[in-house]
Design a protein around this ligand. Structure first.
Ligand code: AR6
Length: 180
């Protein structure tokens, strides 16, 4: 499923983000940047030790990556050329700034992509796994934030793909994209 926003495409697929041949995939990382479970674990396993080495180097210079922000590394052995590590919020009931932080991590990932000139970027469903963000709340925020960025920023990627791991996540994002 896909939709065009100001000449740029938002596309939804069911799949494994580690298999995507794009300029950059986005990792649902944590502030330590040192890896973890879920999609983060899968990306580090599939991409090999080079990605973690680069994360450690970034940490040594800048310290931890605050929630809502993102950093860039190479893609190691992945088909994707780069990985943008974005830190989504842990769900704490919804009144701790979670929607703004979730939107900010999509925007900051896209800002890096625009700065470097990436044309194709793939996102997972940030925060809706281990971090417990309710899917039906995260999907509209994710879709609306990406759509707004694509329509406002001329240098934004021409194609943003959401790579959703299971049919329920796919269906929820599809509903949000249809409603846009
Ligand atoms: N491709 C695409 N999506 C995936 C994949 C994959 N290979 N594997 C899992 N997902 P999560 P979070 C989906 O938990 O909630 C880590 O420990 C998954 O089904 O990976 O942001 C980090 O280090 C779900 O829909 O990320 C952090 O500590 C979505 O990706 C913490 O988890 C996000 O689930 C981040 O938690």
């Amino acid at each position: 499923m896909e939709k065009t926003v100001s000449g740029k495409v938002i596309e939804l697929v069911i799949g494994d983000i580690t298999r995507q041949r794009v300029d950059a995939i986005v990792n649902a990382a944590n502030s330590t940047l040192l890896g973890g479970g879920g999609v983060d674990g899968a990306i580090h396993r599939a991409g090999g030790p080079l990605i973690l080495e680069e994360c450690r180097a970034i940490r040594a210079v800048r310290g931890e990556c605050p929630t809502g922000e993102a950093v860039l590394t190479g893609g190691g052995g992945l088909p994707a050329r780069y990985v943008i590590h974005a830190v989504g919020p842990v769900w704490r009931g919804g009144d701790q700034g979670e929607p703004a932080l979730l939107a900010s991590c999509y925007r900051n990932a896209l800002r890096i992509a625009a700065e470097v000139g990436f044309q194709t970027v793939a996102f997972p469903s940030i925060s809706t796994g281990i971090y417990g963000y309710p899917l039906e709340r995260a999907a509209p925020t994710a879709i609306a934030t990406v759509a707004a960025f694509l329509s406002l920023e001329t240098l934004a990627p021409s194609r943003v793909r959401f790579v959703l791991f299971d049919p329920v996540t796919f269906a929820t994002y599809a509903g949000a994209l249809e409603a846009l």
